[in-house]
Design a protein around this ligand. Sequence first.
Ligand code: SP5
Ligand code: ZN
Length: 381
Amino acid sequence: MPSDLTIFYSFFQPEFPGPPVGRIRISSVATPGSKEDLSLLTVFSPDHSLRDAKTELSGGELVKPYECPARVEYVLEQIRLVGLGDVVPPNAYGLDPVLRVHDPQYIEFLRSCWSQWTAKGNKGEAIPSVLPSRGMRQRVPQNINGKIGYYAMAVETAITDGTWPAVQASSNVALTAQALISQGEPAAFALCRPPGHHATRDQFGGYCFVNNIAVCAQAFLDQGAERVAVLDVDFHHGNGTQSIFYERPDVMFLSLHGDPLHSFPYFLGFANEKGAGSGAGFNHNYPLAPGTAYDIWGDALQDACRKIEAFAPDVLAVSLGVDTFEGDPISFFRLTGDDFKRYGTLLASLKLPTLFVMEGGYAVKEIGVNTVNVLTGFSSK
Ligand code: SP5
Ligand code: ZN
C-alpha cells in the first residue's frame, strides 16, 4: 500500500478524520503497474444469473439472447485461472446513487414491469410493440403495453422475471468497485451484468437497464471528484452515457464504436456530436468502419487518450465491452486476443485511478480471455 493513500482517501471522503485537504493530484497515489500493485480487484455477484431471458428479437425471430449468464462466468473463470487478484462480493447501495442519473418513474417501471405485464395476461416475455416515434406525443401511458414502449430505446431486449433484482445486483457490483477506487485502490473491475451503457435517463434497450458507468461517474463526483473521464471501448456507441452527460463539463465522454450508419444504436454516435451548452467540447465520438482492425482502432484510442490527458480527470471509468473481437457474432471490428492486451497497457500509461465496468462481448467462449487480457495488459508493466 502506498504511504500517501490516506491523502487520497480523505479527498474522496470528506468525513475522513484528518486535516482538510485540497485538490490532490492523482500522481500522488499508486499508479497501475507500480510494484505495490500487481493485482487488480474484481467485484462479482452470482445474482447476475437472475437475468436469464429466453428471447431476443433478432432478424425477425425470437432467438436465445446474446447477452446471457454464461458470459460473466467465463470471465470469472479466466480471472481465477490467471490469478488476476481477489474477487469480492458487492455491498448494497440502495437506489439513491441510481436515482442521481435516472428518472424515478423509469426506475419504478423497471421494478414493476414484469408484474404489470403478467397481470395483463401476456404470455411471453415483456417486449414493446409500439414506441412514441416521430410526430407522436411523449407522455407515459397507463397501460403496460404502452408504458413499455415509452421507456424503450430498442425492442430486442425482453424484460423478464428476475431482471430487476439482477439489474440491482449489477449496479451494486459497479458501485462497490467505484467505492474501492474512492478509498484508494488504483484500479478495480466491476464484473457486472446486465450491461448499462445503452440505458438513458429513462430508457432501456440494447440489453441495458441501469447505466452502471454513469451511476459510478456521478458517484465519483458526489464524493469529491471534480472531473471524470468515461471511455467507452465497447463495439457499440454508448448512447445512454453520452446523453446523460451531454450538457455537462464535469464528465468527458469518449466512445470508439461501429459507425452508426451501419450499426446499433443507429441514431446516435456520430463524430459531430461534441456536447452542448456548458458540455460543449466534452463529448468525443470515433465512429469506425466495418472491418476496422487494431491499426485504425488503436490510433483512435491514442487520440482519445490525448484528449483524456488534456482534460486531466481525477479518475478514468472504462466501459469495457469486448465485442470489438474479430469473432464477435453481432459486431464488425477485427481486434485479436493480443490487441486487448496491447490496449490495456496503453490505458495504464494514463496513470489514472481506473474503474473498469463490464459491458458487451458475445463471443462467449473467448470473452474471458479477451476481457482479462485488457486487465492483465493494464496491470503488468
Ligand atoms: C451492451 C451491448 O453490447 N449491447 C448491444 C445491443 C445490440 N442490440 C442489437 C443486436 C442486433 C443483433 N442482431 C444480430 C443478427 C446476427 N445475425
Ligand atoms: Zn456492445
